[in-house]
Design a protein around this ligand. Sequence first.
Ligand code: 6PG
Length: 503
Amino acid sequence: NKCDIGFVGLGVMGKNLVLNLADNGYKIAAFDLDSEKVEAAIEQDVLETNKQTPRVIGCSSYTELLSKLKTPHLIVLSVPAGEVVDQVCQNLIGAGIQPDDIVIDTGNSLWTDTVKRESNYQDNFIFFSSAVSGGEVGARFGPALMPSGSAYAWTRVKPIWSAIAAKVDSVTGKPIERTEPGQIVVDGEPCADYIGPAGSGHYVKMVHNGIEYADMQMICEAYHVLREGLQFSCDDIADIFSQWNEGVLDSYLMGISVEVLRHKDPETGSHLVDLILDQAGQKGTGLWTAVSSLEVGCPAPTISQAVYARSISAFKTLRQQTSKTLSAPHVESYSDTQKQELVSQLHDALYCAKICAYAQGFQLMKLASVEQNWQLNFASIAKIWRSGCIIRAAFLQSITDAFERDDKLENLLLDSFFSEQLSKYQQNWRYAVAKATMMGIPIGAISASLSYYDSMRSAVLPANLLQGQRDYFGAHTFKRVDKPATQKFHVQWTSPGRPIEQV
Ligand code: 6PG
């Protein structure tokens, strides 16, 4: 009569994961420092199932939690990333957790913390991790899961994770809907697969979030051009986005943007989005992605720009001051035909910019995988992201196909499908960026993607001059296009005519 899984942390994500596990037939022993949260989870379980016997058993201590579980114990943590994870691990050690017990961290932990934890706790228990994406609804009805760590632990976790994950149709790649409590989906491919050694799953989730930041920011930039530049109403923009959501831009984030734009404030009757303060929050995963891209030496300018855009938004008072003193461009008025033309150019710009943001994210994971020897499988990662997660989109099937065509693909821009798409739409992308710039509307992420595209397709870049500058002030040497790549040179730049030294 013992429980299958112990669960620590019954916040919104935790409670929904518990109910999802219970729907799939697992009996849960649950603990939270706040006992009201445990009671709320049990109440919701009883309410949803109309059963007197709950599928979730409340516990009031870590010792009680362990005593209620089958052995070896399997414990899932849904607690805030950072110190709390270690506090919970220490409490579990105090309560008598055993070396063959498994603890799964499902929070947005920093991947290097996960690597340390696996080794720090190896004498006490198996520290396994599985990043979760999909917000509260995903947690309840099928998230995307990115497990990593001990391969043995994965053999025990896999059936459970496969059951609770979002599923896609194995032929079409389309998500299989699951929206009702008690409903389960047994067919289809689960959006959960083993990512690799400890830390790799959290790294992949971190990059997922970096791409999420980029995706969200680019949609916001398109909205900004339509709202401020073309003076469209929120409902007009919702109609445009809704149409875009039918084609190549079909995505969860586009869909929720339509709903946010249509939502009315019950008190004032105004569109709520017009009343929301324009200061973005962030918990850190986008920043970690940008930092990692700089450390690994992999360009991810769209993702970094999306993080900067959130930072700039935070300077509300400063922006209010400068808005009174800094000049705006003179803007020509647009006819209805010109407006429609810009709408379709923006659509193509968003699509191309999105391809580049994903190209950056996937190349970053590739370089990190080589550096850490993770052997990541990119087709499998793209498959996991097809449903359940925040960046789920029809587009992820095209990325899956690209990596299935070539599992060694260095960058998505080299894939035949994506390079054709970019060639087809790049001209409109340029018009959109140019027109937004002439209107004085910041379009940093979409234009960072365009610069990335133009840099990546340039056989020649101005780094020749840069190498000259470095050699001028620091004797940093340079290579020559007309000499073997093994040779380095230095010049006395202030003495023209002096022979060039080979160093
Ligand atoms: C997800 C989300 C989720 C969350 C992040 C981002 O995949 O379910 O990415 O993890 O929304 O914490 O939050 P911030 O925008 O606050 O950084």
